[in-house]
Design a protein around this ligand. Structure first.
Ligand SMILES: [Zn+2]
Length: 569
């Protein structure tokens, strides 16, 4: 929301005309209001056509009030102005996380971090240590493990998955739940399964699976909707939620993120975030997709749909759905069976009719529908839903509906993104972390023709955005940018490198395109007069340095609304 008291860009131009030497007679009486913040001596890339690069920027009242050379900005420096000498560093429009789970980042910091574990035994010993410090009966939760990262398979195992006994032995009294890195499966110990009443007779809910050994015993691995059976019941309390927001904000700001698009929060959580926004306790800007049942959403609307609450810190603009699961856990919904699991084509995790009902609500209330779709079947079904639901719209593209991930596509569906104006909300870093095992799941042919096709999508005219899906991946934009422009995997090899983005495209995907993807392009995404003074300053020029040096880049400053929200020590 613009504040009426602030200068309109047009007024600002008049003001500058008065103060800039040579433009008009400069009288000592013509006072200019000093800026709150001035950045100077940098390479400031604006992503604006008329003025793509400047050395200095001034902000006042949270907005950009001047862009130009150091000399041009000088008159805006007053006694109280904070001046930052960039010393040649690169400043870019504030980086926007395009798809992540904001509270999940905070929660992950409150749990065992299993992202770097290289074996099942290592995980079991981490749990053993946690048990020693935990109160009797307290839940032990962890996340981030991935069997493909293990140097050797667990013994014993079922299709590479561990059996719960070793885990249950180190934690007989504390329920343990360890979420898979994909977020689409979890591993539970005997105590957690006992509390949930899991027996050989327990049926998995629709869209989920309880993995069982030959004898019918649950091994501890629960896929998709079956996770709800064993997960800790009950929502976190308000103090816990506030702590998560605090931890997530701290982490995002330290990594240069000024705005964050949250891929799904419950109505209850949204109410708390609204409260925190008005209390001035959201240090960065959030845009949220509502994740709740259709009746709950319908009952909460229109009150829950807000734009720019709390000094433009919070907007709620989308409805989130999952039409399928994740590829790693064989949950992605495919047109043809998995190459490494020929009995399965994955899972449809939310009935089509439920998503269509959300589509009706979204049209009625002007919300964006945002559907998680990984597999080629999931993407096709989602495009079909969008097409049907938007058929009566004079301009379907104007609604900017989104497919989250758009990860594996049948080539026939690619032109449909641009034709329907559907945003491909992608995560480049998924390609390079998962790339080493994607051909196992899909086979070489499907991987080449349809996996992470951001180049083809851009060339087809679709808007492609970038994000990390944090805490699935680290929220750090630098490795994600690197993935987008190199497609170089952790094993050093390249995943179909013809699909690379240029560096300019990758920067746009993280800024202007992400702003467009939530109708915020008037306020964010580029550096221009009157836009929010959200800026990220980097230690290296990621637009020109040799490719292999990109990963050495660090964040020097994260500026939100003209205030330095993070500064490197
Ligand atoms: Zn996600």
């Amino acid at each position: 929301m613009r504040h009426a008291s602030r200068l309109h860009p047009f007024h600002l131009l008049l003001t500058l005309a008065v103060i800039l030497p040579g433009l008009t007679a400069c009288t000592p009486a013509a006072k200019v209001e000093p800026a709150d913040l001035v950045l100077r001596g940098g390479k400031i890339v604006t992503l604006e056509e008329g003025q793509p690069q400047v050395a200095a920027l001034a902000a006042r009242g949270g907005e950009i009030v001047a862009l130009g050379s150091d000399g041009e900005i000088e008159p805006l420096i007053g006694e109280a102005t904070r001046v930052v000498d960039l010393d040649g560093a690169l400043a870019v429009p504030g980086l926007i996380e395009g798809h992540g789970h904001f509270l999940g980042i905070g929660l992950a910091r409150m749990q065992l971090n299993l992202m770097a574990t290289e074996s099942w035994e290592e995980i079991v010993s981490m749990v053993e240590e946690a048990v020693a410090k935990a109160k009797p009966g307290a839940w032990i939760e962890g996340r981030g493990w991935h069997q493909e990262k293990w140097t050797s398979p667990p013994q014993p195992n079922l299709d590479g998955l561990p059996i719960h006994h070793s885990l249950s032995a180190v934690s007989p009294d504390n329920p343990v739940v360890l979420r898979h890195a994909s977020g689409h499966a979890l591993f539970a110990n005997a105590r957690a399964m006992e509390l949930a009443g899991i027996s050989p007779a327990t049926l998995a809910p629709e869209g989920g699976e309880i993995v069982r050994s030959g004898g019918g015993e649950a091994i501890g691995y629960f896929r998709e909707t079956a996770m709800d059976l064993v997960a800790r019941q009950g929502e976190p309390n308000e103090a816990e939620l506030r702590r998560m927001v605090e931890l997530a904000s701290e982490e995002c700001l330290s990594k240069g993120i000024t705005s964050f698009q949250d891929a799904g929060s419950s109505i209850e959580t949204i109410h708390l975030l609204q409260q925190m926004a008005t209390e001035g306790k959201l240090p960065l800007r959030l845009w949220i997709m509502i994740l709740d049942s259709n009746p709950n959403i319908a009952a909460a609307l229109p009150a829950i749909k807000v734009t720019g609450a709390g000094d433009e810190r919070l907007s709620v603009g989308g409805i989130k759905h999952w039409i399928d699961g994740a590829l790693g856990a064989h949950g992605a919904w495919l047109l043809a069976p998995y190459s490494d699991l020929p009995t399965s084509t994955g899972l449809n995790t939310t009935p089509i009719e439920t998503i269509e009902e959300s589509a009706r609500i979204a049209v009625e209330h002007g919300l964006q529908l945002c559907v998680h779709a990984i597999g080629d079947r999931a993407n096709r079904e989602t495009l079909d839903i969008f097409e049907r639901s938007l058929a009566a719209q004079p301009d379907p593209a104007a609604l900017r509906w989104r497919i989250e991930h758009a990860q594996h596509l049948d080539p026939a569906d690619i032109p449909r993104f641009a034709a329907l104006g559907v945003i491909a909300s992608m995560q480049a870093v998924h390609c390079t972390s998962d790339g080493p095992w994607v051909p196992e799941r899909l086979g070489d042919e499907r991987s080449a023709a349809g996996a992470y096709l951001w180049r083809t999508l851009i060339d087809s005219g679709a808007v492609v955005t970038n994000g990390t899906d944090a805490p699935v991946e680290d929220v750090d934009p630098i490795p994600n940018f690197y993935s987008a422009v190199t497609r170089r995997m952790s094993n050093g090899e390249f995943f179909y490198p013809d699909q690379r983005m240029t560096r300019q495209e990758a920067l746009r995907a993280y800024t202007a395109n992400n702003a467009y993807a939530v109708f915020e392009e008037d306020r964010k995404g580029t550096l221009a007069l009157g836009k929010l003074a959200d800026v990220t300053v980097l230690s290296r020029d990621i637009l020109t340095i040799p490719e292999e040096e990109i990963l050495d880049t660090t964040v020097l400053y994260t500026i939100v609304g003209g205030e330095i929200a993070y500064a490197a020590q």
